[in-house]
Design a protein around this ligand. Sequence first.
Ligand code: PEP
Length: 250
Amino acid sequence: MKKKWLIGNWKMHGNLAANKALIASIRAELPELDEGAEMVVCPAFPYLYQLAELTRGTGIGVGVQNVSDHLQGAYTGETSPLMVKELGGSFAIIGHSERRQYQGENDGLMGRKALAAIDAGLIPVICVGETAEERDTGRTHDVLARQLDAAFGYIRTAHDKIVLAYEPRWAIGTGIAATPEIIQAEHEFLRHRVAIRDKDFAARLPIIYGGSVKSANAVSIFSMPDVDGGLIGSAALNATEFVSIYRELL
Ligand code: PEP
């Protein structure tokens, strides 16, 4: 059976005490992970090593919310994917819409970051998604195709360790998730688009959904055939919610 994924994006939240309490609560509610589903948490950079220590031996993976597109050099303020790897990270969210919106990240940069993450041995979680305006004007597929092609233009599909996340911008942090039908349609579109490059890879590729997923809507979203899991923002900061969403994957 294809593995399911639950990835928590903690954004710029947390502190040493709160992070420790959150992992302890997740572990108390869910002492053992299921073989069928991965769980990953992505804290802010300063807490990467703390989370690597807190999750050691638990099966919970740790990632970051961004990485540099370079492995080393004179790039003030940037963080190399090699450093993430050394400090215990295994995943890197790439191209999140908040980085596109506030840091001006573009498609090309996303592709280069995904490649640098892979070169450092991380699993990139590549985010694509349209704005409300792009959806309303019928451009969703053009946008998704452009973002996907930009990322996959840099990546050889021989890399098996990639997660693709469909995150419509209008659903992120708004409390209004896309409907299961919209999610299924866009995941199917993305999988077909990847299949043009490599059919087998497309079938294996985990495509997860992000945008206001809660325990209340998780079951209908995860029941869609092309949904392989979720990228969770605010609900990932609540252990009970996060664990309930995880259980809906199984
Ligand atoms: C996200 O930031 O990736 C996200 C999905 O956020 P939320 O679940 O809060 O909409």
